[in-house]
Design a protein around this ligand. Structure first.
Ligand code: FAD
Length: 437
């Protein structure tokens, strides 16, 4: 019988430092072998063969493999369906325990249940930990012991609870001798999985003190380079630790940045407690809205040809670099739902295809916020005016001219819909839907 191992299954936590599941595996006393699975079902569903997220994953997997090779170990990387891969792993290794970190998406919860059952059939322990959020599940509940559905009271409670205890790093570096000593094994390449590189560099995985000190003043100005951290892809795949970032924000007394991390936790707990949001409006009555869903108009929005410069700039930024500034995400999303009366799920899916930082909970939360159908939503009669928004947040038009250089030329289209009419149409349509219930 070969040596009995603890396997740690990495997913949205691609780092060897301050990783809860890895720490518990290393402390188990058995040699530790890390595993990563490229889920065929997820990759097959991607339309574009040049996908920044897959490219990022391959790059980060390579980095982890190098780091583990220096410790005399490796990362086992497989491509396939998780249940099938685990069936193979069970026959290949003598596994005593498997450690992994929580994931809150419906698909992931079902997958983990199936893997847990499979491992139990083979008398293998399955141990899961909180890692990608600061608080999860029932850790921040209202006075009535129910999940919060409004951000402000949630954030008040979240802040009070956020003591140094919750920010302590898991000291995995103390146990580096615990990795299973083995030769590197081959890993599937981007090409083997049917993808091509985009080739753009990814943002660095650090946040500077200067950025944190200025974040409150600059975060809403999309023209300012690096006015936000651009860490979203790193948070998405766990190449940075959220505890580490929160610690840095606390040290800099940057309450605004901490607040963004709180929004992130908030949307994770919304998805976890109210899984219907994946397909439906958080507030069910909003599913009565009679969306116009005009496909030609949707295409114009996707291409950034609406005739509203700030909307077009945002969409072109998204299409070009796979990221859009938060303020402009709010403006473009509101324009789609309110001005064009297109179902928020269409926009959510389009962002889902294009965003390098795509995350189901934050994207869904952001879209339902814009549509007015979610938690903590602005009242439906409050409709962003894209021209006023541009005047306020891009007064000199620097961001707009960067992404829409032809904005002042006669070739630039006229607004595809007139604001006052569109606003009234949205208010009337929403009012009608809400009266039905
Ligand atoms: P920073 O301003 O530096 O913020 C730091 C981190 O806090 C971010 O990296 C992110 O993890 C978190 N954060 C910030 N704002 C929010 C927020 N409103 N909700 C949840 N977390 C937040 N964020 C995603 O990570 N993935 C998405 O798919 C996504 N889709 C969105 C869709 C819409 C319609 C809207 C309005 C917002 C969406 N956001 C999403 C939230 C936000 O726009 C991005 O997190 C942010 O722009 C990422 O840039 P950054 O890393 O520079 O953020």
């Amino acid at each position: 019988m070969s040596e009995s191992l603890s396997l740690v299954w990495l997913r949205r936590d691609l780092r060897l430092h301050d990783n809860a599941a890895l720490y518990h595996a290393l402390k188990s006393g058995r040699p530790v072998l890390p595993i990563f699975i490229f889920d065929r079902k997820i990759l097959d569903a991607l339309d574009d063969r040049c996908d920044r997220r897959v490219e990022f994953l391959v790059q980060e997997i390579d980095r982890l493999r190098d780091e583990l090779a220096q410790l005399g170990s490796t990362l086992v990387v497989r491509y396939g369906t998780p249940v099938d891969i685990w069936k193979e792993l069970i026959t290949q290794y003598t596994i005593a325990d498997v450690f992994t970190n929580h994931d809150y998406e419906g698909y992931a919860k079902e997958r983990d249940k199936a893997i847990g059952d499979l491992l139990a059939e083979h008398s293998i322990g399955f141990h899961t930990s909180k890692d990608q959020t600061l608080f999860e599940r029932d850790e921040v509940l209202s006075g009535k012991k129910t999940p919060y559905t409004v951000f402000t009271p949630y954030s008040r409670n979240w802040r009070e609870k956020l003591t140094d205890f919750y920010l302590k790093a898991y000291p995995t570096e103390k146990y580096v001798g615990q990795y299973w000593k083995t030769q590197p094994l081959p890993a599937p390449t981007l090409k083997e999985m049917g993808f091509l590189p985009v080739g753009d560099p990814f943002p660095p995985r650090t946040v500077s003190r200067v950025l944190l000190d200025n974040y409150k003043k600059t975060r809403d100005i999309p023209a300012l380079p690096h006015s936000t951290s651009e860490l979203s892809i790193h948070l998405r795949f766990g190449t940075v630790s959220v505890r580490d970032l929160a610690r840095q924000a606390k040290e800099a007394d940057d309450q605004t940045f901490l607040n963004e991390l709180c929004w992130r936790d908030f949307y994770f707990q919304v998805l976890d407690h109210f899984p219907h949001v994946e397909k439906n409006s958080f507030r069910r009555e909003y599913d009565q809205i009679e969306w116009r869903n005009n496909e030609a108009e949707f295409d114009k929005w996707c291409r950034g040809e609406t005739g509203y410069p700030i909307v077009d700039a945002g969409m072109r930024q998204l299409n070009t670099i796979g990221w859009m500034h938060n303020r402009v995400r709010m403006i473009t999303a509101s324009f789609l739902c309110k001005h064009l009366l297109i179902d928020w799920r269409w926009g959510e899916a389009y962002f889902g295809k294009k965003l390098r930082d795509y995350d189901l909970s934050a994207n869904n939360g952001g879209w339902q916020w814009a549509a007015g159908s979610g938690t903590d939503a602005a009242p439906y009669f409050r409709v962003f005016n894209p021209t006023l928004q541009a005047g306020k947040f891009d007064a000199k038009g620097v961001y707009i001219r960067h992404w829409v250089p032809e904005v002042d030329k006669p070739t630039y289209p006229k607004p595809m819909v007139e604001h006052t009419m569109a606003r009234q149409r949205a208010v009337d349509t929403y009012r009608k839907a809400l009266k039905k219930v």
